[in-house]
Design a protein around this ligand. Structure first.
Ligand code: SAM
Length: 244
């Protein structure tokens, strides 16, 4: 997948997108991430990229011209152009899965009071928010989305199936995880996980996943228990939990 990121702060991306799983995916050419400095495209002799908002009000607005020119330079038609914005649709695993199917994505990171609306009207296909709060810029939100999308691209994670049981993938939050040693400062790993009985382990994990979802995300739990494709075993576990 090719990802272009338009930003006024390219340095913010250097380490976070160069390390660990994303860094390795870039080395293997599964991911090609191209960071573009919007300022390089300003026609202003002082490379100015922002100005006061029409109609008054606090702060500065990023001007249309440098962003238009940057998008034209990378031929931004025929692919998704995503503007990171608190006014966008709230990001979730479903959106990540959909974006992971694309060959090319372009991210625009706003700063100050945001970008001139004409960029959004003319270029942007998707406005995405990472949550109901306001950050200083779209750089961290873009990295959040890129990370969540990239790990769903085949070949990026070592084991393809490693995200199947993860939170949100199946509509539930993930069960608790433990690793060696089996006892640490008197804190023990549940016996069932050491039993070698995979049927019982799967059942325990499903119950834990249902339980944590019921506790932390009642909205997701309600949706899950109303699914038409639940197995009899799942129905039994749900009944146990509801009767608790
Ligand atoms: C200070 S914010 C602008 C907020 C804008 N004036 C508003 O009230 O909606 C500057 C930039 O940060 C980014 N940003 C801030 N919060 C965000 C969020 N929750 N999700 C995605 N991007 C966000 C956007 O790119 C935005 O243009």
């Amino acid at each position: 997948m090719r990802i272009d990121v338009l930003t006024l702060f390219p340095k913010m991306f250097e380490d976070p997108l160069g390390e660990s799983i994303i860094g390795r995916a870039r080395e293997k050419d599964i991911l090609d991430i191209n960071i573009i400095n919007i300022r390089d495209f300003s026609n202003d002799k002082h490379k100015k990229v922002d100005d006061y908002p029409y109609g008054g009000g606090a702060g500065m607005v990023m001007q249309a011209q440098p962003i238009f020119s940057a998008l034209e330079a990378i031929n931004a038609r025929d692919c998704k152009v995503i503007y990171m914005s608190p006014k966008g649709k709230t990001f979730n695993q479903h959106i990540a899965k959909e974006l992971a199917k694309e060959n090319k994505l372009i991210f625009i990171c706003g700063h100050y009071e945001g970008i001139d609306q004409r960029v959004i009207d003319y270029w942007v296909t998707d406005e995405i928010s990472i949550g109901d709060y306001v950050l200083t810029g779209g750089e961290l939100p873009a990295m959040v989305v890129i990370d969540a999308v990239a790990r769903l691209i085949p070949g990026v994670l070592g084991q393809e199936e490693s995200y199947i049981d993860e939170s949100f993938y199946s509509g539930l939050l993930e069960y608790p995880q433990y690793t060696r040693p089996s006892e640490f400062r008197n804190l023990k790993v549940p016996d069932i996980l050491l039993s070698g009985n995979h049927k019982k382990i799967d059942e325990w994990r499903k119950l834990q996943a249902l339980n944590i979802t019921k506790k932390n995300r009642p909205d997701m739990f309600k949706k899950y228990i109303n699914r038409k494709d639940l197995s009899n075993e799942e129905k039994r576990l749900i009944k146990l939990l509801i009767e608790e």
